[in-house]
Design a protein around this ligand. Structure first.
Ligand SMILES: C[S@@+](CC[C@H](N)C(=O)[O-])C[C@H]1O[C@@H](n2cnc3c(N)ncnc32)[C@H](O)[C@@H]1O
Length: 158
């Protein structure tokens, strides 16, 4: 898409895999997108993202761990809310957040059941974090899993 991007994960194995995927995906890329893939903490982007990009990041995509964080540092919602808090320290005005969350498959668009946690509590957590939900879409994965792709706006905060 020609976007420049910085990708962060705390696990070196995931970083190495992501680098291989991006190299494969961009092998015929004509847009000359620039990207950096680095070890860092989504809950401390201020220290993880190079200073030159602070205030210039217009979009963030967060694909948090499912259920309990494998690193045991945060519960699911707590990690998301801490990550949103840390995003507000590095994003530009009018930034957007795309969040990917596992849900149970359902026929109805109004019936959202998270795989881990309660949808109502999730929405409260988003409101308390200052993230405004704009829209969401379902993506079918298999018989017992779907994903919610959620778009929200986030604003810079000191
Ligand atoms: C559902 S996976 C997403 C993987 C990634 N989207 C990919 O496909 O390369 C969740 C990832 O979150 C990472 N993670 C968990 N806590 C984190 C944190 N505080 N900061 C950065 N990454 C974290 C885990 O290492 C894991 O790779």
């Amino acid at each position: 898409m020609g976007r420049n991007c910085i990708a962060v994960d705390m696990d070196k194995e995931m970083i190495d895999g992501a680098k291989q995927n991006v190299e494969w995906a961009l092998q015929n890329d004509s847009t000359k997108s620039k990207y950096q893939i680095m070890i860092g903490d989504a809950c401390n982007l201020e220290d993880s993202i190079p200073k030159q990009w602070h205030g210039k990041i217009s979009g963030v995509v967060l694909d948090p761990p499912y259920g309990r964080n494998s690193h045991g540092t945060h519960e699911h919602f707590e990690l998301i809310s801490n990550a949103i808090d840390s995003m507000t320290k590095v994003v530009s005005d009018k930034a957007k957040l795309v969040l990917i969350i596992p849900i149970k498959p359902s026929e109805s668009d109004d019936d959202i059941q998270l795989l881990h946690g309660d949808w109502g509590e999730f929405v409260s957590m988003m409101n308390q974090s200052g993230a405004e939900i704009i829209n969401h879409w379902r993506e079918h994965v298999h018989a017992s899993l779907a994903r919610l792709i959620l778009l929200a706006s986030i604003a810079p905060r000191d």
